[in-house]
Design a protein around this ligand. Structure first.
Ligand code: ASP
Length: 327
């Protein structure tokens, strides 16, 4: 019997319709995105590898996803997982913020079935589009790991952890990478092979209700000459936390460090990450002395999500530090 997989469509390139097969770059100009039902119909996957239940959710570009969309999406996944006949959930998502949605869901969902997030780098109508193949691979992963409750990302024949995966190229089909870690596994035709276990010690530890309470948390990018004006503006705008996307080892300019130190004194929680795209930010004596928390190996956008959830829950800086240290 075929597995039963719910497919939730949120929009993105995977659902986008270009002007012709050669429209691979500016297809957003048409503004046309199809819903989950139409996408499943057009890919011809229904009944071929799974009994697919299309669920229309949104038809938006993933640059437009909001905290409310995340709350609704998490709620929808929880509802779908209550159906004992559904073996897994696949989410079609724009690639721009895919890694953030997957990471967020992994922190707030503790379901009995897997959630596999996928997208595509070329529109559904583009020449050699990766949309049908990525969708098929994601469905196969969800079906193969029906007893694995993780949130995973499946794209370009690879399976990645939401914790490590990042979009690392604007256009290439292999844009999604887990720098320094590599994929958790592969999808080769019908064969799904997970070779490494997902590691997220905070999986499902945050209540979905917190998604309605997320405070403002901003990211400050370091560059030569950065004078901390952005950090001071974030404080002025009411941020409750700041993630510093610092230089390589995880440090900002002296002016930025002064502004971050002022942020801590003003009661904000500051997490130090790095703009490098890979590697760990470790505790430094200097940061520790001014109350800045080391962001471990989370990239700035993922550190921001974790920090926002901790703050929404009312965690103390000491508790937040422990979570970042042990994630
Ligand atoms: N603009 C698209 C988005 O919704 C990009 C993509 O899906 O590849 O994120």
């Amino acid at each position: 019997m075929l597995p039963k997989i719910a497919f939730v469509g949120t929009g993105g390139t995977i659902a986008s319709i270009g002007t012709d097969p050669f429209d691979l770059l500016d297809y957003n100009a048409t503004g046309e995105r199809i819903d989950a039902e139409t996408l499943i119909e057009r890919t011809g996957l229904q009944g071929a590898i799974a009994n697919i239940v299309p669920v229309n959710f949104r038809q938006i570009d993933s640059t437009a996803i909001t905290f409310n969309d995340w709350a609704d999406l998490a709620g929808l996944c929880s509802e779908l997982a209550c159906d004992p006949e559904i073996n897994g959930i696949v989410i079609g998502h724009g690639t721009a913020s895919l890694e953030e949605t997957a990471w967020l869901l992994s922190l707030v969902l503790d379901l009995k079935i897997p959630i596999v997030v996928t997208g595509s780098m070329r529109p559904l109508t583009g020449i050699s589009s990766d949309a049908p193949a990525n969708l098929a691979a994601a469905i196969r992963v969800a079906a193969a790991y029906a007893d694995n409750p993780d949130v995973l990302v499946a794209i370009n024949d690879e399976i990645h952890s939401p914790r490590t995966v990042t979009k690392s190229h604007t256009l290439r089909l292999n844009a999604f990478q887990s720098p320094g870690f590599g994929p958790l596994g592969f999808v080769d035709g019908p064969v799904v092979n997970i070779t490494r276990a997902e590691c997220n010690r905070e999986r499902g530890k945050f209540s979905q209700d917190l998604l309605h309470l997320l405070p403002r948390v901003d990211i400050a990018l370091s560059y030569v000459g950065a004078d901390g004006a952005a950090i001071r503006s974030f404080i002025g705008a009411g941020a409750k936390g700041i993630v510093s996307a610092g230089f390589g080892p995880g440090i900002g300019t002296p002016d930025e460090v002064r502004a971050l130190s002022d942020a801590v004194s003003a009661g904000l929680v500051v997490v130090q990450s790095t703009r490098t795209g890979a590697g760990q930010v470790v505790d430094s004596a200097h940061h520790r002395s001014i109350g800045i928390i080391a962001g471990n190996d989370l990239n700035p956008q993922k550190a921001r999500i974790l920090l926002a959830l901790c703050l929404a829950r009312g965690d103390s800086p000491r508790e937040i530090e422990k979570i970042f240290q042990s994630i």
